[in-house]
Ligand binder design. Sequence first.
Ligand SMILES: Cc1cc2nc3c(=O)[nH]c(=O)nc-3n(C[C@H](O)[C@H](O)[C@H](O)COP(=O)(O)OP(=O)(O)OC[C@H]3O[C@@H](n4cnc5c(N)ncnc54)[C@H](O)[C@@H]3O)c2cc1C
Length: 592
Amino acid sequence: MPDPLRPIPHRRFDALIIGAGGAGLNAALRLASADLRVAVVSKVFPTRSHTVAAQGGVNAALANVLPDDWHWHMFDTVKGSDYLGDQDAIEYMCREAIPTVYELEHAGVPFSRIDDGRIYQRAFGGQSQNFGGDQAARTCAAADRTGHAILHTLYQQNVRARTHFFDEYFAIDLIRDEEGAILGALVLEIETGETLVIEAKATLLATGGHGQVFRTTTNAFINTGDGMAMALRAGVPLMDMEFYQFHPTGVAGKGMLITEGARGEGGYLINGDGERFMERYAPRALDLASRDVVARSMVTEIREGRGCGPNKDHVMLRLDHLGADVVHRRLPGITDICRVFLGIDPAEQPIPVFPTAHYAMGGIPTDRFARVVAPARHGPEEIVPGLYAAGECACVSVHGANRLGGNSLLDILVFGRAAGTDILQYVAENPNHRPMRDADIEPALTRLGRWDRSGEGESVAAAKADLRKLMEDHCGVFRDDATMAEGVEKLKALRQRVEHVRLKDQSRTFNTARIEALELDNLVDVGMATLMSALHRQESRGAHSRVDYPERDDEQWMKHSLYARDGDRMDYKPVRTKPLTVESFPPKARVY
Ligand SMILES: Cc1cc2nc3c(=O)[nH]c(=O)nc-3n(C[C@H](O)[C@H](O)[C@H](O)COP(=O)(O)OP(=O)(O)OC[C@H]3O[C@@H](n4cnc5c(N)ncnc54)[C@H](O)[C@@H]3O)c2cc1C
């Protein structure tokens, strides 16, 4: 807790951005370039944000390799979302994709090239020409290190534009006034443990995903859903949290990602009988069917006894027929992962793979200007004054029930930029800081002082391990009522345990243990949102696959779910099926 004799320092900025991944940095760049005073807070050095790990690429209908059109991209995204995505936001994203990628190219992103010098594009899952026809090639790539190239370029451009970075500062909670307007955040300098209040006219949450809530994940240790939990505590419900993507090709038993680009380059999956089983599940798209379809097919093969290895608990991804040149040149990062973690060369031996927790389709509900929308006190829905969200922590919703590969880097860039544009206008219309009272900071401070330091209680690591196992066991690729209901009860018990974790840990300094406790607390909230939303949705759609309700039910369930922390309540709101300028794509059976 801060020393009562030393008041907490305050800093004032026009805009506060929490998160320095692609979403946060693209918003910051827009604002700093317009000479606003912008603070970016990140719990790790900006270029260590998870965006740096993105491998395969970013989608835009540039038509450099095969014919393409933004309208086809829109169709694929709506179909991929299993018709739960909002079609106005999807149209906006697919149209904006093209100028967004050119803007990145001009900012200096070193994309791979085709022979005539234009940007290289590879085939990814769920992409088609002409509204469901032949495979398209829409994913713009910098080898298999696209996120690295994008994040470093955006960081350099922000340094040039004089964005103010608070590196290795941890955001504890949003600060809001009596009317519910967001005034900034309380942050903690990780190295010193000093607190700081950052006051801002507008605050953007760009804190990324929460893959750490599952045991086996492609996500980094930092992806703990902090921003989503902050929104929940500020009274904003989370939307569509039951839709969590399991990526088909994580390294079996370890979780590291083997990009879908590996299948885009011609790789394919085989079962224990050496059979190319995707022929049975997706006769046209084969291994490039949508991710939810491929992940379920793999788990079904294994459950029916056709897995590989002594325990028949994984399948194999073959790249060895592509030749060392393609594998090593187009997939150098994958080659490294296989050499380091498996001791094999993927150009010679197949890779053992299993579906792995990867991506949050749900999150903080926003409109397509990245403004956070929440149920109003006196009406159906309103914009939360001064609060924005973009990137994986937000739900616009462009991914609906299932995201297509290459559409997340696109989402973070397009809606990060949209947030910047809207904040410019908001700050012009609201030029003064709203007054902040001590009482407004109080709830955030209380959170900091929650755990005692006596050294009593169980360790954070033990509680976290139990949480991650619980989520994997009770809310995995296939779900049913009894398993999830049991999961909710176990999670309620775990929530109580987290109240009593000990901060003293012989192997760690006090401050690190405190950060880990705060992260665990956030993960528990986000885990509860996921489990409750999944338990209540009685249908199978996209990534949410229920054994007891195997069909999609458009009559009952063409709606977004909203989970509120207060009383673990569920609510629903309609899907926006009307695009901006074109005709709607009506729901159809989803076959690949
Ligand atoms: C291994 C991997 C490969 C992927 N490959 C692709 C791909 O090829 N194509 C694609 O489209 N998508 C891909 N994705 C998904 C995509 O990369 C992510 O969804 C996206 O990069 C998220 O960006 P973001 O800006 O929302 O958040 P992130 O990049 O995750 O950044 C979050 C930021 O928030 C900060 N933060 C979080 N909590 C706090 C806090 N409490 N206080 C202060 N700061 C905080 C972090 O420090 C960080 O700066 C991949 C994901 C993974 C994990």
